[in-house]
Design a protein around this ligand. Structure first.
Ligand SMILES: [Zn+2]
Length: 373
């Protein structure tokens, strides 16, 4: 893989900041309408002459670097989206790009929880829609991820899911802790439980990521959905201690989700190098310095970038379509939103956080915001 100067400098910054670029840049399988663009982003912008200028033949038959023309189809998640200055800033250590609470006194959140998705273009309707937790539910009144995708895809709106493993929770971890006395037995029980879910989980992910929005006038169709990592068990990670059994099970679960996502994407989108995002359950990053350092190392190895939000709907409190609508209308004006304080601060690429199961209750407000000017 060739790197442009800008990508190299990003890689360097990433090394400094301890975050891996490798998994962030996505190369989509070449299609005839995007090949030129992909090439463009990978070729150096300025060629450094190896010989003095006079010795260069007048007719240089080297192919020209093609300029990106408006109207060229860039699929969401393409490498080209990394060229924006904002995305370069994202990986520059010490650069203040905002954080979840917009409070500069939270250095760790600035380091780990980002509020931009470098691989997502800002859509025409103004905000990136993310949905957390279980993709499926046994409770009939709960929303399902596939319903969200089917409702939003016709509007050419993308649904981004942060998923846990179906039908397990923090209680599963507590149960494993109580029933097994040794570390080895606990980890084995955790592995067994996760393995029993693998096939079903991959199948659910596949059913989502294969959906496309209707093609535009040029025949280009976007994938309507992506799935990312929200831990297997939705544990609160704030008090995790490195080396503890709970920590090991948590990491095992995070790795398990990555494996299932890899398998699902490989099956549905061969050749697609997916982005890798992570969201902390309850947005709670670990408190302890040692845990933070270990986790940052794991994230780097897995290529995970932690994502926060700028448009908090607090829908788990009020299940309100009005709240959802208000937060998304604030996003259109580049404002962050908090249900308690209303609009505040500023955001260039608003990220809304909802919960998959609340979809039947918030759907009206989300769709109204998508279609309103
Ligand atoms: Zn969650």
């Amino acid at each position: 893989m060739k790197f442009s100067h800008s990508l190299l400098s990003i890689s360097f910054s990433l090394l400094l900041s301890g975050i891996s670029l490798g998994q962030v840049t996505q190369e989509t399988p070449p299609k005839k309408d995007q090949t030129n663009n992909t090439k463009n982003t990978e070729e150096p912008k300025e060629k450094i002459p190896l010989v003095p200028p006079r010795a260069i033949p007048v007719e240089d038959d080297e192919p020209e670097v093609k300029k990106l023309t408006p109207g060229v189809f860039i699929p969401s998640g393409g490498t080209a989206t990394l060229t924006e200055q904002a995305d370069i800033d994202l990986f520059t250590k010490g650069k203040d790009i905002g954080n979840v609470q917009n409070n500069p006194k939270l250095p760790y959140r600035r380091l780990v929880q980002r509020t931009m998705m470098p691989t997502e273009k800002r859509p025409s309707y103004g905000f990136t829609l993310t949905f957390d937790d279980q993709l499926v539910s046994e409770t009939p009144s709960d929303g399902l991820a596939i319903d969200i995708v089917k409702d939003l895809a016709p509007l050419r709106a993308r649904s981004i899911f942060f998923a846990n493993v179906p039908m397990v929770s923090g209680k599963s971890v507590n149960g494993i802790m109580v029933r097994n006395k040794s570390s080895a037995k606990r980890l084995a029980a955790c592995k067994k439980l996760l393995e029993s879910k693998r096939e079903e989980f991959i199948k659910i992910i596949r059913s989502l990521i294969r959906v496309k929005s209707p093609a535009d006038a040029n025949g280009n169709a976007e994938y309507a959905c992506e799935v990312y990592n929200h831990t297997a068990f939705h544990q609160n990670m704030s008090r995790l201690k490195v080396g503890s059994d709970r920590y090991k099970m948590c990491i095992m679960g995070i790795e398990f989700i990555e494996e299932c996502l890899d398998a699902a994407y490989l099956a549905e989108r061969p050749g697609w190098e997916r982005a890798r995002y992570f969201r902390f359950p309850f947005l709670h990053a670990p408190k302890y310095a040692e845990t933070k350092a270990a986790l940052n190392k794991t994230f780097t190895e897995l290529g995970l970038i932690s994502l926060g939000e700028t448009q908090d709907s607090k829908d788990f409190d009020n299940f309100s379509h009005k709240q959802a609508y208000a937060s998304l209308m604030a996003a259109k004006q580049n404002k962050r939103y908090n249900p308690k304080y209303g609009k505040y601060g500023q955001t260039e690429k608003p990220i809304a956080l909802f919960h998959t199961k609340t979809w039947p209750k918030i759907k009206r407000g989300v769709i109204k915001a998508i279609i309103s000017k």
